[in-house]
Design a protein around this ligand. Structure first.
Ligand SMILES: Nc1ncnc2c1ncn2[C@@H]1O[C@H](COP(=O)(O)OP(=O)(O)OP(=O)(O)O)[C@@H](O)[C@H]1O
Ligand SMILES: [Mg+2]
Length: 375
């Protein structure tokens, strides 16, 4: 097929390509009844003029946490006007203003102006509305660990959960979502005693559960007979070995695309092979496998650092203690990590000691740690 045919060929093997989008919320959401029930129990008091119960939602990646929240929030909003449910992705919104702008938009249908209005006015308007309308507010802070970097978590939790002190009668609750059990402790450290949550755990899916979920997605996303059970078994193996259902969903989409680009009516082993080669998370594992011990250790230090932007000089001080290496070999390792596109480095004039180099992890800490755990 030539390029024009690839672009314009109008037959498709996808019945609904959106079924493979990251934000797709599946109609049929299996294996999570007990977690959905626990969420409902936390919300229930709010429907009866009480206070919602705070919760922390724990589970490794792609165990359905975000989906559960979105589903339960939709159910609540369809059944009652007395509870406002606001979903916030903390990877996108990390400041107090950013988060309260989302809440403001949810309530009033538009964002507050970005300049000229003090935070306290926005906060007041939200809380006065909840007070006068006697509505409860539940906020889901998804991937809440992103607030730890900016050290905003405590303030935001306080703003939300102690609102009743300034605005008597206001009923608020937080669902905090964490994808790494290690963050559990950091959360306690970051938000003190204002947040005493119920824990809801999303355990990893078994291989059979993954197969079943992926099969269901195939039925929604592809026309019949596009993906054989044999291919699906292989895709499930990859997902299950990596402990990540999302890898399976991505592989379905990418190998489908490959097949379609060749005008094939079904996905063949070869298309899956090509998809595997181009699939990010699996590539990352291969790159990590190729690192030497000091390279690996340095990456680990960068990935586990508390700060989002590290300075090379400060990092060297820590690295030196463990590896006794010279600055130039430290520098070579940094260059190699940059060459492998694991990190970016950027010169800045803002260092205390003149010119300083910032190190920025190109992958999320979560992704790196997940892949490291698999090595
Ligand atoms: N029980 C399920 N049934 C059907 N699809 C599911 C189920 N659980 C998860 N998925 C699908 O897996 C993908 C990941 O789910 P989701 O985003 O809810 O996971 P998560 O736990 O929030 O992951 P992360 O920690 O990476 O944010 C989504 O495409 C979702 O539709
Ligand atoms: Mg999520």
């Amino acid at each position: 097929m030539d390029i024009k045919d690839i672009l314009l060929h109008d037959e498709t093997i996808f019945k609904d390509i959106n079924a493979f989008n990251p934000d797709y919320v599946p109609e049929n959401y299996k294996y999570r009844d007990s977690q959905m029930e626990s969420l409902a129990i936390c919300i229930r008091p709010a429907l009866k003029e009480g206070r919602p119960v705070n919760a922390v939602i724990l589970g490794s990646c792609a165990t359905g946490k975000t989906t559960a929240i979105k589903k339960i929030f939709e159910m609540v909003e369809n059944s009652s006007e007395q509870v406002i449910c606001c979903y916030i992705n903390c990877q996108l919104h990390i400041t107090r203003f950013g988060i309260f702008s989302q809440i403001y938009n949810k309530i009033f249908g538009h964002y507050p102006p970005e300049t000229g209005v003090p935070f306290s006015r926005i906060y007041q308007k939200i809380m006065q509305y909840l007070q006068s309308e006697k509505k409860a507010l539940i906020i889901a802070l998804d991937d809440v660990n992103y607030l730890f970097h900016s050290k905003n978590a405590n303030k935001i939790f306080y703003d939300v959960l102690r609102a009743y002190e300034e605005f008597p009668g206001v009923r608020t609750g937080i669902f905090a979502v964490l994808s790494d059990i290690e963050f559990r402790h950091t959360l306690d450290k970051n938000v003190n005693s204002v947040f005493i949550p119920q824990e809801i755990v999303f355990s990893p899916y078994t291989r059979n559960q993954m197969f079943d979920i992926l099969k269901e997605r195939v039925k929604i996303g592809f026309y019949p007979n596009v993906i054989s059970d044999e291919i699906l078994e292989q895709i499930t193996d990859y997902a299950s070995e990596n402990g990540d259902l999302r890898i399976g969903i991505d592989l379905l989409r990418i190998s489908g695309n490959r097949a379609e680009a060749e005008a094939s009516r079904n996905v063949k082993v070869k298309h899956l092979g090509e998809a595997l080669k181009s699939s990010g998370p699996l590539n990352l594992i291969n790159i990590l496998k190729s690192l030497s011990k000091p390279e690996y250790e340095l990456l680990e230090m960068i990935s586990n650092a508390d700060e989002e932007f590290l300075r090379a000089g400060e990092l060297y001080e820590v690295f030196k203690k463990k590896n006794k290496s010279s600055y130039s070999s430290f520098n070579r390792i940094l260059e190699k990590l940059e060459f492998l596109r694991l990190i970016d480095t950027k010169f800045t004039g803002k260092g205390i000691r003149g010119n300083s180099r910032l190190i920025i992890l190109r992958f999320s800490q979560k992704e790196i740690n997940k892949c490291m755990a698999l090595l």
